[in-house]
Design a protein around this ligand. Structure first.
Ligand SMILES: NC(=O)c1ccc[n+]([C@@H]2O[C@H](COP(=O)([O-])OP(=O)(O)OC[C@H]3O[C@@H](n4cnc5c(N)ncnc54)[C@H](OP(=O)(O)O)[C@@H]3O)[C@@H](O)[C@H]2O)c1
Length: 335
């Protein structure tokens, strides 16, 4: 799918954070057109995926703390509209890019080494909602978790962006998924993605139910939530189990009694996909290729559940903060 207006048409607009006070401090501003330097490209953004780190950045709570004002938005997809000398892409190329921030804008200036060509089979809107969650999931489950076919994965926050990608990937890798989420609607969504079982964390005992549904113990916990759920989930692991520490959407970093790792004979495995991808570009590229192949085969079907223009970035972030988001939300700056 091509962008509606692939011309490099000023003025550039961006949804800026004007103070580290959360989604209410977002303002859409006009900016001078970016000019690409050596190795850089300007991408006309068609789709920018919304991710939890964008929300954390609006309050200065993420490890990356750009200077205010800045536009959040860590992943984009669109068309190259200008290229500097020695850039790896040229005008008209369809690319997706991991930007860190700056993606909630009509145009993004980015180093071409951060861009990947979008496969022919993938629409651009979907490409803007693909890399962050699936690449995290692939690195976590394959590189860090060594997930094997036939194993059981307990996915926390399973209806969210990272969680829903983990369900699909686990199923694609031959594992059985027990999904944990906070409502019946969210669990129905997880079942549609391939989860074999669901636990409603609003009123069910996570540890008891996960053990029962997995036939005794779980092999891998996929944990983007932290807090009390992390503690309960760790206790469901059997010998050789792996608890993948993805994030702390609950806002609480759990304090683990170390004797549990001994008693359970389990591993607590940290996952920092962004830092790993920057340090290991070739392995990251190979993971992206594997993900593109899974998508082409139909094994991964990212669910875009809401689309917003730049004027609604604050609204989209507030919905994420209120746990109302299922699957992926995208910002379409040209709306
Ligand atoms: N380590 C890495 O490499 C890496 C990479 C990408 C993202 N992450 C992290 O992964 C986490 C999830 O990101 P995401 O984009 O999937 O976010 P998301 O779409 O908002 O999903 C987060 C889920 O967490 C659950 N949750 C529990 N308590 C919550 C609370 N107090 N506030 C908000 N959500 C709460 C919600 O599910 P229920 O309502 O069903 O409980 C929600 O669906 C974030 O912490 C992010 O920073 C880490």
């Amino acid at each position: 799918m091509a962008v509606k207006d692939p011309r490099y048409s000023p003025p550039m607009r961006a949804a800026h954070i004007t103070a580290l006070e959360g989604p209410d401090a977002i303002e859409v501003v006009e900016l001078p057109d970016p000019t690409p330097a050596k190795g850089q490209v300007v991408v006309a953004v068609e789709s920018a995926g919304l991710n939890f780190p964008d929300l954390l950045m609006t309050r200065g709570l993420y490890q990356m703390r750009p200077r205010v004002p800045f536009a959040p938005g860590g992943e984009i997809a669109g068309t190259v509209v200008a290229a500097g000398p020695d850039a790896a892409f040229e005008r008209g190329d369809r690319v997706m890019a991991l930007t860190g921030w700056g993606g909630f804008a009509t145009h993004v200036l980015v180093g071409s080494e951060r861009c990947v060509r979008i496969p022919e089979t993938m629409p651009t809107d979907l490409a803007g909602a693909f890399a962050f969650t699936y690449a995290t999931g692939y690195h976590a489950l394959v590189d860090r978790g060594a997930l094997a076919a036939g194993e059981t994965v307990l996915v926390l926050g399973a209806a969210g962006g990272v969680g829903s990608a983990a369900i699909e990937l686990s199923v694609a890798l031959g594992a059985k998924v027990v999904a944990a989420a906070s409502s019946a609607d969210k669990l129905a969504f997880c079942a549609e993605l391939g989860a074999a079982h669901g636990i409603d964390t609003s009123h069910e005992d996570l540890k008891v139910r996960a053990k029962r549904l997995s036939g005794g113990s779980v092999d891998v916990v996929y944990d983007p939530v932290g807090g009390e759920q992390a503690d309960a989930a760790l206790r469901t692991l059997g010998p050789g189990g792996r608890h993948l520490v993805i994030g702390f959407a609950s806002g609480t970093i759990p304090r683990v009694p170390w004797n549990l790792a001994l008693l359970k004979q389990c591993s607590i495995v940290g996952v920092a996909w962004g830092a790993w991808a920057l340090a290991n570009p070739l392995r990251h590229a190979s993971n992206m290729q594997a993900l593109f192949e899974l998508h082409a085969k139909g094994a991964l079907r990212p669910r875009i559940t809401a689309r917003h223009g730049l004027d609604e970035v604050g609204k989209a972030l507030r919905a994420m903060e209120a746990r109302q988001v299922m699957g992926k939300v995208i910002i379409e700056p040209s709306r």
